[in-house]
Design a protein around this ligand. Structure first.
Ligand code: ADP
Ligand code: MG
Length: 284
């Protein structure tokens, strides 16, 4: 589902690689913690999967696509298969909970009838069924992150990328967010979560991939935040989670959905970059 072969990323301004010779595979249905100190390359790793950055060398395949060969025009279609959640939530401050989630569907050209059904369903899934009409500032941090997760998964992505999603939350609230992510994973979405929250990693017994200075120094099928025996060499990697349940992968389909014309001037709107850069700006 996700395969990195000897992937390195060197930023133009960087003096050392943000990612160095990374090779790994993530199978459908896995839940993977990406751990490591600040600056170890976790966000770069996720941005490469999003095709926000391109690899400097090596190859990345996601959902059968070679990301180096994906044209810029096709990137927005590719990203429909991915949901993204960030530490700082990135909700639209003047839109209600309902509209924050609906927005992700409206830019895809989904019908209002579809939105009317899909939004309450996903808000129920994240435990916010009764908060549809609130504005983000009327919610707690944990609730705001639930909205962001609802927005990320409302289009049923194959893969959910979460970059330190509990980084701004207290331990109890974080546990609730983890339960939501676990439920989404159990429903079939592959989850990659970057974190340096050792309590969460140690509690959830998932696959752990550890980065240090851009290098994968550990990959354990069921890991803890810190390996008690010291760090494994990459030669000892155990990339497959023993209990992983492969699920059927939908073939990636770049054909536009029937009521959406990707060549229309509004096609820029489906570029999800608004989720990444500006924190509180209106995206359009
Ligand atoms: P993490 O998410 O683990 O904190 P990052 O992927 O953000 O790590 O950063 C890895 C390294 O790459 C760091 O040394 C960081 O300074 C550098 N880096 C990240 N993004 C950029 C960028 N856009 N331009 C230059 N250097 C960057
Ligand atoms: Mg980061």
């Amino acid at each position: 589902m996700i395969r990195f072969d000897g992937v390195s990323k060197v930023y133009r301004t960087g003096n050392r690689p943000a990612l160095h010779d990374a090779t790994l595979e993530v199978k459908p249905g896995e839940f993977v913690f990406l751990v490591g100190a600040s600056g170890s390359g976790k966000s770069s790793f996720l941005r490469l999967i999003l095709r926000e950055e391109r690899a400097s060398s090596g190859s990345i395949h996601v959902l059968g696509q070679d990301l180096a060969r994906l044209s810029n025009r096709k990137v927005p279609f590719y990203r429909r298969n991915l949901g993204v959640v960030f530490q700082d939530f990135r909700l639209l401050p003047t839109k209600t909970v309902f509209d924050n989630v609906a927005f992700a569907l409206r830019v895809l050209g989904k019908s209002e009838a579809f939105i009317h059904d899909a939004v309450p369903e996903v808000l129920g899934l994240v435990g916010l069924g009764n908060k549809e009409n609130r504005l983000p500032h009327e919610l707690s941090g944990g609730e705001q992150q639930r909205v962001a997760i609802a927005r990320a998964v409302v289009n049923k992505p194959a893969i959910l990328l979460a970059d330190e999603p509990t980084g701004n939350l207290d331990p109890n609230t974080s546990k609730g967010i983890m339960d939501v992510l676990t439920n989404i994973n159990a429903a079939g979405t592959t989850v990659l979560m970057a974190t340096h929250d050792s309590a969460i990693v140690n509690k959830f017994h998932k696959r752990v991939i550890e980065l240090t200075d851009g290098r994968i120094i550990r990959d354990e099928a069921v890991g803890r935040y810190n390996n008690a025996e010291g760090h494994n060499r990459t030669a000892d990697l155990t990339p497959l989670r023993a209990d992983s349940q492969p699920i059927a992968v939908q073939p990636l389909d770049f054909d536009p959905i029937p009521d959406f014309d990707p060549m229309a001037p509004t096609s820029e709107a489906i570029d999800l970059s608004y989720l990444d850069r500006s924190t509180n700006e209106e995206p359009l």
